[in-house]
Design a protein around this ligand. Sequence first.
Ligand code: NZQ
Ligand code: ZN
Length: 388
Amino acid sequence: MLGNFTYENPTKLYFGKDALSYLQEELALYGPNVQFIYGGGSIKRNGIYEKIMTVLQAAHKRVIEDGGVMPNPTLDKLYEGCRAAKEQKADLLLAVGGGSVCDYAKAVAVSAYCETDPWDTYYAHMRRIKNKIIPVGCVLTMAGTGSEMNGGSVITNTAEKRKIARVFDARVFPRFAVLNPEFTMTVPKYQMAAGCYDIMSHLMEQYFSGTDDTASDYIAEGMMRSLVHSSRQAIRDPQDYEARSNIMWLASWALNSFIGKGKSQDWMVHMLGQSLGAYTNATHGMTLAAVSLPYYRHIVKAGEAKFARFAQTVWQVRPDGKTAADIAAEGLQCLEAWMRSLGLVLHARELGMTEEMIPQIAEGVFITHGGYETLTREAVEDILQQSL
Ligand code: NZQ
Ligand code: ZN
């Protein structure tokens, strides 16, 4: 049974090869000062930077350049962005990049006019926003996080070794997002695979909970099937527009709050992955990949019926003459085989985790309660040990 819920998503999407042609009319809705936010330079190498600059100039905007946003954006970078936004009176934060750039833009949006420390206020204590919010727009260059169509903003405090995901309300969602799948064609294979796994993980974390019949689960199963198919196509041929466009569309819907509505959600894989990421600064999707199988093998018994359903609907495992436990285990084998075919990292050691780090990483893991089992501290350490 679906529980009660409210659904709202204010982000306007422009999707397809012509999507950027709508940017100028969107820019016309905001004042003259645009903070142009981007990452470590990929957009300068693949020509997207020039394209954006041309539109900004045609729209007669004053550009405040804010490049150098790193993967897993840091609190120090956030302070820098806030100073620029406030001093230069940014009217719009235009994020051009992947989830890191978009998350950072949302963090600047709420933090620039925050009179107390934004880390303390919005991340460590998750307070309601009372100050002015600067609007955010996004041109997405990498598919995975869903940040282009949600209120999520993940910031890493390197001094405290804490990576915290805050989900802001609709006022902070990007007002618009330009989604041209061609812009993702230059993403390196490692990042593309990590992005695909991030999408899968978002779907699974909202799927592996509850024992009742919800439409949301059927939608998630369809999306998982499409993702498995398109990711295989994209790994074979990264220039395949059909595959890249499906992946981009799936990423937005996997985490714009739609498929999790009306049901409980798990999110333990993200909690484990985030703490691992805070200690290693590894690629987000890879941290999830490294901890997923040990986690799912830990909870499979508690959620056996759902794991058996996952095996049959997503991986077409045949149930004849098998127990639910066998079917469930076979589903996880299929998941593992697909992960291997994408070249995902299955051992946290490869991401820089050492045995000595395990107690500290475990300490930083936030325990959620929506899945099939509430983990004890001992279980968290055991799962991290298995992930090594
Ligand atoms: O920095 P540049 O030079 O642009 O390079 C980036 C970066 O090195 C590169 N890249 C992006 N688009 C490219 C490209 N390279 C070539 N061609 C292109 N078109 O890819 C690398 C990774 O980019 P990043 O933005 O870090 O990746 P992703 O989109 O996976 O974002 C990861 C961040 O999002 C957070 C993660 O924790 C992490 O900090 N998340 C945000 C969520 C949300 N807002 O809801 C949810 C997620 O679960 C996730 O936690
Ligand atoms: Zn994620």
